[in-house]
Write a protein that binds this ligand. Structure first.
Ligand code: FAD
Length: 344
């Protein structure tokens, strides 16, 4: 096991760019690599993707292993797994991180099985025990009632998938220097058992909470589904997206895809309104990294105020209609985008 050294991040790319979660993982991986005093490497596979290696370096990688081959044009478990395993067996990393995306999860589990090593899925915190050279990968366990820190003591590499939007990417530094190491894959298209005929884009109008700039979230404090209409009205006025707590989803006021929290979505909007939401830890883990949090709650001791940037203590049923009224009057145009400011 001592021959294994270095922290690796799988650089997922789609449509000619690196996925956000991979940049976030380079930020998290940088900290682990610095603590262990080892290099941070990016693993970049695809076709005509070599130019993305410089971006990975600007986000913190010391070096990027690149396999650029037509057989890697579209993601397929078989070809990506083969390329990644070849690299892992040749260069022997001690830690290997992947984004918990559909492809990241698929690849990580296939690689872990082939390399006979452990994999912690859907990690939300990462640290390292430098003395023992052990990755400490933490995630909610037993239905979210505890945080479990999972170690992989006997096998290498220690692998984890990490949820998007949980880690922070570093500010890119375009002057950063790094190495690009090109490798080849011994695999031809005729050996492949699967073919990608067509990629069908998701054109459904599903709410994409993770991408929203303004989120107006309501909780059980609204009282009933009729009052919850106020949340929709405020969101519409602000050009925001509606979300809610789990209790609201369980009451049937919102579909599950609009739930924020541990068993829902993790969000990082510019503005997050938490209205009539108590601020249970399971809710807070999903929204605490929002840039600005505005909480409205009639209980001054509600835990949501511990994470709020601004707090309004009072009855949401009186305050929200006033906000809607105010935002009708105050409207600022900013270069195509519309944003709002106002005082209550
Ligand atoms: P409540 O806790 O009932 O809070 C209502 C709040 O509204 C109170 O603070 C009250 O003071 C305030 N209020 C009441 N009337 C008014 C009014 N008129 N004006 C203003 N304020 C008012 N929860 C999530 O949200 N997301 C998750 O992903 C999630 N996952 C979970 C996973 C597990 C394993 C478990 C055990 C729980 C999970 N929960 C989750 C549930 C969580 O513990 C809380 O029960 C839930 O977040 C509470 O929802 P709430 O704040 O809307 O309701």
């Amino acid at each position: 096991m001592n021959e294994h050294e270095g922290v690796w991040v799988f650089i997922e790319q789609n449509n000619g760019d690196i996925e956000g979660v991979s940049l976030e993982l380079l930020g998290a991986g940088r900290k682990l690599a610095d603590k262990l005093s080892v290099p941070l490497s990016g693993i970049l596979l695809g076709m005509e993707i070599k130019s993305l290696a410089a971006k990975a370096i600007s986000y913190g990688a010391d070096q990027v292993y690149v396999i650029d081959d037509p057989v890697l044009k579209d993601y397929r478990t078989e070809s990506y797994m083969k390329g990644v395993i070849m690299l892992a067996e040749k260069y022997k990393p001690e830690i290997f991180l992947y984004g918990a995306t559909a492809n990241g999860k698929d690849l990580a589990s296939a690689v872990a099985t082939d390399l006979s090593t452990g994999l912690t899925a859907d990690t939300t915190m990462l640290d390292v025990d430098v003395e023992k050279r052990l990755l400490e990968a933490s995630r909610p366990a037993f239905g979210g009632n505890i945080m479990a820190t999972i170690l992989c003591k006997k096998h290498r590499p220690q692998m984890a998938t990490v949820r998007p939007k949980v880690m922070k990417a570093l500010e890119p530094d375009n002057g950063r220097k790094g190495k690009i190491i090109e490798e080849k894959i011994e695999l031809s298209e005729s050996e492949m058992r699967t073919k990608v005929i067509k990629i069908v884009k998701d054109i459904t109008k599903k709410v994409k909470l993770a991408e929203a700039d303004i989120i107006v979230a309501g909780g059980k404090g609204l009282g009933d589904s009729k009052n919850f209409e106020l949340i929709h009205e405020l969101a519409e006025r602000l050009g925001g997206t509606v979300a809610g707590s789990r209790d609201v989803v369980e009451a049937g006021w919102l579909p599950h895809e609009q739930q924020v929290g541990q068993t829902g979505e993790t969000v990082t909007p510019k503005i997050y309104f938490a209205i009539g939401i108590s601020g249970a830890i399971q809710h807070i883990v999903g929204m605490k990294n929002s840039e600005l949090i505005i909480a409205i709650n009639k209980d001054p001791n509600a835990p949501i105020f511990d994470v709020a940037t601004f707090g309004i203590v009072g009855d949401a049923l009186e305050i929200v209609p006033k906000l809607i009224e105010q935002f009708k009057q105050i409207r600022i145009e900013t270069g195509g985008e519309v944003s709002y400011v106002g005082k209550i």
